[in-house]
Design a protein around this ligand. Structure first.
Ligand code: SF4
Length: 200
């Protein structure tokens, strides 16, 4: 086939249009223009993946409060439209779809506090107030029991005000501000062992 300047420009235009259609929820439409779009009648939200510290941009399409489609944001400078398997499946954190394509709350999602008492082989369901109270009491008890006001460093006694009995793990599910506050609180009670699941 002879490629004239005019046919080259036409071909480039068609290729660019197809490329843009394949980005946000239009993959199927590009393959089969007669097929109904999955993102039809949805609201579009731009968000950041919470699974790790890379911070990929995601476009979520929401219908009736349910994410029906999630794809990498092509305009986001971090991921430029790509997502790893965790980011691609972000909607499944809350919902799954049955065999007819209807959304239902993900049955694997834990929504209750499960507590296994020392020596027990089974979990009991507890409420959140009970859990928060239990965690606070245990932190206080461990901290008071193991607190060191001073320590010897190079033969000299220095003030440390620390506990080495408690470790603190931050989460990429929290915002930077929340993790900042966690860090301040951990330091305030003398915790020195801190890490974060998104430390890459
Ligand atoms: S989990 Fe994957 S999609 Fe999410 S921020 Fe990390 S690399 Fe990006």
């Amino acid at each position: 086939m002879e490629l004239t300047r005019r046919s080259f420009l036409k071909l480039a235009g068609v290729t660019a249009a197809a490329a843009s259609l394949t980005s946000v929820g239009y993959r199927k439409a590009a393959a089969d223009p007669g097929e109904r779009l999955r993102i039809r009648y949805t609201q579009e939200f731009h968000t950041i993946c919470t699974f790790c510290g890379v911070g990929c941009g995601i476009i979520c399409n929401v219908r009736d409060g349910v994410i029906v489609n999630a794809e990498g944001d092509p305009d986001h400078p971090v991921n430029e439209g790509t997502l790893c398997s965790k980011g691609s499946s972000i909607s499944n954190v809350s919902y799954t779809f049955d065999e007819k394509g209807k959304p239902r709350p993900n049955p694997k999602r834990l929504t209750d506090v499960l507590y296994r008492a020392p020596g027990s082989d089974s979990y009991e369901v507890k409420d959140w107030d009970w859990a928060l109270d239990k965690i606070a009491r245990r932190i206080k008890e461990s901290r008071d029991r193991t607190h060191e006001a001073t320590a010897m460093v190079d033969g000299e006694e220095v003030t440390v005000n620390r506990t080495k009995a408690i470790g603190w793990l931050g989460s990429a599910f929290c915002t930077g501000e929340e993790n900042y506050l966690f860090h301040k609180m951990a330091r305030a009670i003398g915790i020195v062992s801190m890490d974060h699941c998104a430390r890459l």
